[in-house]
Design a protein around this ligand. Structure first.
Ligand SMILES: Nc1ncnc2c1ncn2[C@@H]1O[C@H](COP(=O)(O)OP(=O)(O)OP(=O)(O)O)[C@@H](O)[C@H]1O
Ligand SMILES: O=C(O)[C@@H](O)C(=O)CO
Length: 420
């Protein structure tokens, strides 16, 4: 059974791709809907979009285009991948995209399962937790683009989508796949369109996978992929061989950090102690991003011969970010930073850089798009949900880190533990 995945951002896409591969499904990841007539024979085909925080109409039309293309590729099951921290406010795109996909598939019900317990994202009584904290009390409440101030997934869904939301609590999931299926059917009879699934640990994801293997459309983070892949995998491939195709190759490296998450702040602080690092000033990005980018690239080149790659970071803590956003506007400042990073990536590629370690989903999307990446091999995992990936056409290796993923030493480990 071929699985088609539509991911709403770039790091989210590599995140789920790594779990699919680790759990037995051969996977190709494509940047956007391909325009040519190529076809792929992998167990899973993943289209990564930049639809998390774009205007809703565009998110819906891009997602529907991806769905149609995946159907043409013979996919029969579909997975809408969004963030394990449900990055989506009342005006967000998860609800409208879910509704559009359900309508296009002629389905009345789907599930909402953002949990990824290995990275501390769990769901209890429909409330999303980050480690030991409610989502709305975690660093996500200060997110520059999608501040999360509610943790109740039923409420979040009902605010942005068209139908009723319900819950399957952990006590039911503990009873196994048949109990989950029976509850889904009961909720469907009650016209519940979005069913939030409690998830406390990996066994719950395995149960969900078994319960949902016939469901046409599922939605969630990357955790559910563990359970679903084990049901849908064809068993036709050698994981180690596949990972070797995505292992990082040589060439000069740079670390680019545009995430302001709590974890990225810690990672940047740790890496600055070990490697050359330079802050990217929002004022300079706003003034003349193009020439500022060239200056930054000169600095990167001057510092590229150390043991560890140089770091450019716009990463700020919550207070700095608030000051910047008040002064320049949230959208304007984040766009200026993204524009500058795009110019930096383009220039460094032209100067022969071949390994890019990037923090932040939006930032990764911009960088990968600028570098002209159209398809990846998924390589070895640096931290849960963050694999090295290698472009299928050009000598280019990328580690695209979701904002909150990885341990404190992530940037250094991505280099030292994966020598070329
Ligand atoms: N100093 C800053 N001032 C204003 N905006 C910034 C600053 N630094 C980064 N940004 C913007 O914040 C946004 C961060 O989003 P991004 O998706 O890259 O990281 P993230 O949300 O932490 O990661 P993820 O989506 O993987 O959880 C980007 O648009 C980036 O340009
Ligand atoms: O699910 C997650 O947390 C990540 O894959 C992600 O989408 C962050 O951008």
């Amino acid at each position: 059974m071929r699985l088609g995945v539509i991911a709403d951002d770039f790091t989210g896409a590599t995140d789920i791709a790594s779990f699919l591969v680790q759990n037995g499904m051969s996977t190709v990841q494509l940047n956007g809907v391909p325009s040519g007539d190529e076809s792929f024979s992998t167990d899973a085909i993943l289209v990564s979009l930049k639809s998390r925080s774009c205007p809703t109409e565009q998110a819906v039309s891009d997602s529907l285009a991806a769905l149609r293309w995946l159907q043409q590729q013979g996919c029969e099951r579909f997975y809408f991948k969004y963030c394990s921290t449900f990055d989506s406010t009342a005006q967000g795109n998860i609800g409208p995209v879910t509704d559009a996909l359900l309508d296009a598939l002629g389905e009345q019900q789907t599930i909402i399962s953002p949990a990824l317990p290995v990275n501390g994202r769990t769901v209890y009584q429909g409330y999303l937790f980050v480690m030991d904290t409610l989502l709305s009390e975690s660093g996500m409440r200060h997110h520059p683009v999608t501040p999360m101030t509610d943790s109740n997934l039923m409420r979040l869904m009902e605010r942005q989508a068209r139908g009723k939301a319900g819950l399957i609590a952990s006590a039911v999931i503990d009873q196994g796949p048949e109990a989950v299926q029976a509850r889904l059917a009961a909720l469907k009879a009650d016209a519940v369109r979005y069913v939030v699934l409690d998830t406390l640990h990996e066994q719950h994801l395995l149960t969900q996978g078994a319960a949902l293997k016939e469901m046409k459309l599922v939605t969630g983070g990357s955790g559910l992929a563990i359970g679903l892949a084990r049901q849908l995998a064809s068993g036709s491939r050698d994981r180690q061989q596949a990972e070797a195709a995505g292992a990082p190759q040589g060439g000069r490296a740079v670390v680019i950090s545009g995430s302001c998450s709590t974890m990225t702040n810690r990672q940047v602080a740790a890496y600055r102690q070990q490697a050359a690092a330079k802050v990217v000033e929002v004022e300079a990005c706003l003034a003349d991003a193009q020439s500022y980018a060239l200056q930054l690239c000169d600095w990167v080149e001057q510092n590229a011969d150390g043991e560890l790659a140089p770091l450019l970071f716009a990463t700020s803590d919550a207070q700095q970010l608030q000051r910047i956003q008040q002064q320049y506007g949230a959208a304007r400042s984040s766009e200026a930073v993204e524009y500058c990073f795009a110019a930096v990536a383009r220039e460094l590629q032209a100067r022969g850089f071949q390994r890019f370690i990037v923090a932040g989903g939006e930032t990764s999307g911009v960088v990968a798009q600028t570098l002209g990446v159209s398809a990846f091999h998924i390589g070895p995992v640096i931290s849960p949900g963050v694999p090295w990936v290698r472009d299928t056409d050009q000598p280019l290796s990328l580690a695209l880190k979701s904002g909150n993923f990885g341990d404190e030493n992530f940037f250094a480990r991505a280099q030292t533990e994966f020598p070329q």
